[in-house]
Design a protein around this ligand. Sequence first.
Ligand code: 13P
Ligand code: ZN
Length: 271
Amino acid sequence: MGDWKGLQAVKDVSKLSYQMWQKGWDEANGGNISYLLTDDEARSLKYVPGTGRKLTLVEGIPDAIRGKYILVTATGSYFREIKDDVEHLLGVIYLPEQGNDYEIVAGLVDNRPTSELGSHITTHAVRLAVDPDQRVVMHNHATHVLAMTHTGPTNERDFTVALWRMITEGVVVFPDGVGLIPWCVAGTPQIAKETNERMKTRRCVVWQYHGVFTAGDSMHDAFGLLETVDKCAEVWLLSQSAGGKNPGISDQGLIDTAKWYGTTLHEGYIS
Ligand code: 13P
Ligand code: ZN
């Protein structure tokens, strides 16, 4: 077995999971991260398919992601502890060419991948179809976004536009907007399906009263997206609780900003 713990992605997950915990986004075992290994990284592991412990993915393995290797956090992993125990709290899985039994390649000792693995795997597949550089999926319980699901708009168009109006950076970083899924039980095929539908046209999906899912080309990309969405939600909550006198960035302002920065706003959200 190659040196999986030496992968840059293992260092990044260790560092970022700790930073997310410091932000208060990952209480107890809240949150999970997955990273699609590059072909070179996968080869360096020297894994022989068929030799690892097998587990079943009830959602099924999408064709787009068969034959790939994914670094993933363990179910029950405390984000503040991952950096000190990658052997148990992190690991690499292999998604076979056939069947729905994936294999544990490295790590995840006495453990198994996150309970949200179905949402992660299918999100990777959906995003790969629109972005060949797609590599990371992150889920956590970002506090301000969560609070906003209790008191903000309950449809995804209005929720997105409310965020965009808060700070100029919004339409620059997430011009595709955010999806919003009404509360449902976590870890189920249903939440995975609802997430995938929205990920076809966005990189960020909010789960009402639960948390946020983001996708990106790198760890820093997905984390930066999460930070920006949460910052917009924080400013929304602060301004609402302070009386919310001003309307925020106008429709024309959002259009002009998107144009200047060369981004395209989610279709139909601003006319
Ligand atoms: P896991 O510990 O299984 O990753 O679950 C954490 C979580 O946030 C569930 O939504
Ligand atoms: Zn969660």
